[in-house]
Design a protein around this ligand. Structure first.
Ligand code: UD1
Length: 304
């Protein structure tokens, strides 16, 4: 798998090792960390957008779980070229190398951002896409390349569209970090979190173990080549509600600092997960509050 030193990738590789699979991890530490690499994996360092490296890491591999990416909507707005290389060129190189090497299937880490603002919620896979940022467009290109490889060459690909994933090992160390990691860091250190906009924007925050389950099902389920599937919880929480829940768990009453909304930000996000249930037998098992409690526990131990 690629991106195994990243937050989500480290959880997937850990679960695969636990299930007895042999796992090769590739990562260039663009956003990941060596300390996220799990025991029992074979590790190769490099950049998936480099064709020779892509070829090298897929040799002898049955399933490619392609998680390497440069995430963050605002980072892509500020630096569209770097994220394009990682998110689009990296995916194309991995597709080409995997198909050529005789890989059985490639699972791609897609994003809910491809929907943009839709008139109707929850967002279903049949809705037209409407990317509002370079990141969203890059993720859309990745999944479309995947589908094209299935159509043109019969090479099986599945895209799992993630919705705001959070959990242990998510890095709160940059302004581009996921909002939950930043809010938890703020409350742990007694500083006021920043809310961009009025805090009424909503997200389907998904605890990482649900995503691990969805990805493994996407790899293992027969007959789903070419499919694009939401992997989320079907919940919808505003940032103001999220902060209130965190304050409740921390036993605090911290007020946010409101700033201007971010360019490229989606207003509301909530997944329809019926297709994942029907096609993959996917069902989220850890809800928001339980996931937040696990995450806070982890941050306490990690001393971040
Ligand atoms: C987007 C995608 C998600 C993708 C992720 C990758 C959508 C709906 N979701 O997440 O699928 O995996 O990019 O990076 O497009 N915010 C604050 N204060 C902060 C940080 C963020 O108020 O300190 C706000 C943002 O403006 C946004 C929300 O919190 O409205 C969530 O932000 P973030 O965690 O960065 O994720 P998205 O951009 O929603």
């Amino acid at each position: 798998m690629t991106g195994g030193a990243g937050f989500i990738g480290s959880h997937i590789s850990e679960a695969l090792v636990q299930r007895g699979h042999r796992v090769r991890v590739a990562d260039n530490f663009a956003t990941g960390y060596r300390h996220n690499l799990r025991d029992g994996v074979e590790f190769i360092e490099g950049d998936c957008a480099d064709p020779a490296f892509a070829q090298r890491i897929v040799a002898g591999i049955d399933y490619v779980i392609h998680q390497a990416a440069i995430p963050s909507v605002p980072r892509s707005v500020e630096k569209p070229l770097g994220s394009h290389r990682a998110n689009v060129d990296g995916m194309l190189q991995m597709l080409h190398a995997s198909r050529t090497a005789g890989v059985t299937r490639l699972v791609f880490a897609g994003s809910s951002s491809v929907y943009g603002d839709t008139a109707v919620l929850p967002k279903t896979e049949t809705m037209p896409t409407n990317p509002l940022s370079p990141y969203a467009l890059q993720k859309l290109m990745g999944e479309m390349y995947g589908q094209m490889f299935t159509r043109l060459y019969g090479f099986e690909t599945v895209t799992t569209r993630y919705f705001n994933v959070f959990g242990p090992r998510q890095d709160p160390g940059s302004p581009y970090s996921g909002v939950i990691s930043l809010f938890i860091k703020a409350l742990s250190t007694g500083t006021r979190p920043v809310i961009y906009g009025d805090g009424g924007q909503t997200r389907d925050f998904t605890y990482v173990s649900n995503v691990v389950e969805g990805v493994i099902l996407a790899a293992e389920t027969p007959g789903v080549g070419g499919e694009v599937v939401n992997v989320a919880t079907n919940g919808r929480v505003s940032l103001n509600q999220l902060l209130a829940t965190l304050n409740k768990i921390f036993g605090s009453d911290v007020e946010p600092i409101y700033k201007d909304p971010r360019t490229g930000d989606v207003r509301d996000s909530q997944a329809d997960i019926a297709k994942a249930g029907r096609l993959l037998g996917y069902k989220p098992t850890v809800g928001l509050e339980e996931g937040l409690r696990h995450t806070i526990e982890w941050y306490k131990g990690a001393n971040i």
